[in-house]
Ligand binder design. Sequence first.
Ligand SMILES: Nc1nc2c(ncn2[C@@H]2O[C@H](COP(=O)(O)OP(=O)(O)OP(=O)(O)O)[C@@H](O)[C@H]2O)c(=O)[nH]1
Length: 837
Amino acid sequence: MAQSNDFQPGEKRDFSGQKLKKLPKEVLALGSDLLYLNLQNNRLKCLSGISALSKLRELNLSSNDLSEFPQEIEQLKNLESLYLSQNGIGKIPEGIFSQLGKLKFLKLSTNHLKGLPSDLGQCKSLWYLNLSNNYLKDVKVLEALCSLKELYVKNNKLIELPAGLFFNTELTMFKADGNPLSKPPEEVCAGGVKSIQHYFNTLGSSEQRVCRVKTMFLGSSMAGKSTICYSLRKGLPVLVDAAERTVGIEISEVLLGGVHFLFWDFAGHEEYYFTHHVFITPQALVILTINLGSYDVRDPESFRDSVSFWIKNVHLRVPGAVVLVVGTHSDKCKDAEDVQKKKADIEMKIKDMLEQQRANLERWKKNREEDRKEPAQFSHQLTDFQQCTEHNLKVLDLVPMDCTKPEEIEKFQRYILCQVQNKELFPNIENILPKLYQDVESSIEELKEEKDIPEHGVMSFDEILKELKGKLENLDQKDLQPILRYLHRIGIIVWYEEIAALQETVFVEPSFLIKLFKTVVRHDLVNQLEGISRKQLIEENSLAINQVKWINDLMAKATLHNTAIRVLLRKSLKELDIDDEDFLDEIVGTRSSDGMFLGLLRQFEICLPAKLISPLNPEASEFVPKKKWELSNTSVRNRDGACLFPSHLKDNNVVLKMWGEDRKDDIQVQVYFLPEVPHGFFHRLIIKSCSFYPVHWVGKDHCLLSASDRLVLLKETRLRGDQLIEIRCKRQPSANASTAADIWRPSWDMILVVLGRLTELTQQWPGLCLYVCSPCTEDGCSDHFTWPDWKELDVHDLHNVQKNEKMVCSNGHKHRTELLFPKVGSHSAVPGDQLQI
Ligand SMILES: Nc1nc2c(ncn2[C@@H]2O[C@H](COP(=O)(O)OP(=O)(O)OP(=O)(O)O)[C@@H](O)[C@H]2O)c(=O)[nH]1
């Protein structure tokens, strides 16, 4: 790719971000002298006259309003680099690319392309091609691009990839996430070109077609999820006892009409949802179960609890999911008319809710488009909005059902089968897999039966590979990786490759893992503590007096003593009939060493390790008058150890007492969440941020972090109907700071660390869109200053894009720039110079 600085001053022109609607005459007059032209971020709809620039080697037309591919480009026979991303191009006519024999670099991402012209294959020098975010179903033509080194086809509609693409070209970089791929499946592509080549090589003649779909049952407690699950499995109504509540998630497999359904039955209590979201994975069928009998059309709470809570969370976590809504207990409704009334009400409210969310996003997007002053710096915020508005949660019409009737169960079986076989809804339930996949899966089953895999099923990648090699001699690491990724997607195992701390750990028995979590992540934790027997206390060398303290500390400080966790865990493991003492010790741990369970809780960011010495700051050491106060020794583990579970926090009193009043001259950053702050997000942010700043105070939706003389407050709040997390820091001039920017540096350091953690977290919710700004702090002014694309910049850039000493809001209020944006000196604010995102 040519760079603008490869050209002499007279050979290049930059007209980016000038709201141009047509090509400026002065440019066209340059004719064959011009080699480089940058027209990105304008409003161009056509390019009449561009053929005059016959020697052009690089042309940047990204972020314009082109809806048709400009035909005149065919005359720019010297073009080497062409940028056309973020336009609305729907079609490329035949015969253009056959004229562009020198083209090396082509960017066509984020357009509306449904197909590619056959002569694209004639661009034999093309080494970079970006076609991401289009609607392509077929890329066979690219097999002819023998020089191709980098290819991006993310977020298209590709089902199959042509094998020749990976054997005839020089491809080293290939990205295809977000396609409904069945050959090869997405998880093979995630392993890169080598993994795809390996897939096609091993596929050979051993090709197997496998139809499988992970099916997740979500909905409030008592809605009838387990009843449907069991009944579908049996093909007959199975009535579950009302006292029998699902704890955690139950997993089972059912074969219906040639399709394997992996049922994941999630417990309905909202408290359980905190650990559920990590198990809600893409490309699955979601069955949202609603109890029609108890649903009340006049009560907004009824819709919130039984419908919107679930739909909103699915939307944030798996934005492209298909949600099938089923209304159980139709026999408990007054009559058929009542059933229809409730059905119509729920469908209408869902439609309204999704439309409102969409309209809100559009409104934000439009605002951003209108007030973009230096577009290049804000283009990513816009792209985020664009992508969010394109997410399309498909919610199917509600199916009313009486789970006590055999004919309704049969009808529902046929219905879900019909839905998953609909290629529009589920383009890739069929996967074409090498036989090795089946061999590995069967071998895992055998190893379980032979007890070579421990009952808890928690193993390192290397251990599982070693065990499997005993059965499949030639299996190696590169074979196993995509197979485990596939088994994770369809719900047979759990493997969080993307979480650094869990990369090496494979959970071969997901339901066991989930049951363990439910020991402590549950709505009735206080009851569980109260229910501990004397015998169980003695086993952990504890007394009844300890039990009272455990309960009090949980209720007052949301902290659960590690000893109490051990007692509860031992109890639930015994209930699961696990009595192997060595195994129990390994999981439960002892007073002097943490068991595997505590490690898992922390790795999954469910709780924060804490100490119980100070009521304000669990990590701080005790203050004794006249004795030197020392920093707490974090290496002393477990003695007095406990875990903080933020979901049990009831108010913000402790935080507010330390922080005092908000002040007008606080520096403030607002992070708007669209459509909303996901359930459990703030609690995870508390855990992440407090792990970084050990001196902290926490509350229900507030958290205060401290480092040297700085305090940074985070709070989840609402403003004019929008949800946001606000980050504040009080003015605290440092005695030895020489400039105004230096005074604020330590505060911005902390804010940037928090923002880094926050962004890291948002990756778990792909349906989420963030908008970051600093508000104008004048009384009554609602204007704000948009942050540039801070995720993309390093800290120095962030300083450089704010050139002014003062900035003025649209209502004329002046602010010093260092109070609005991180203005750092010559050294970096965050270790490593780059925001750790
Ligand atoms: N009459 C009637 N009873 C139903 C129907 N569906 C479920 N039930 C009963 O409703 C109760 C709750 O059903 P479950 O299947 O346990 O509910 P769940 O959604 O799994 O609840 P959690 O385990 O708490 O998440 C059970 O007693 C079922 O027998 C139905 O269509 N009609």
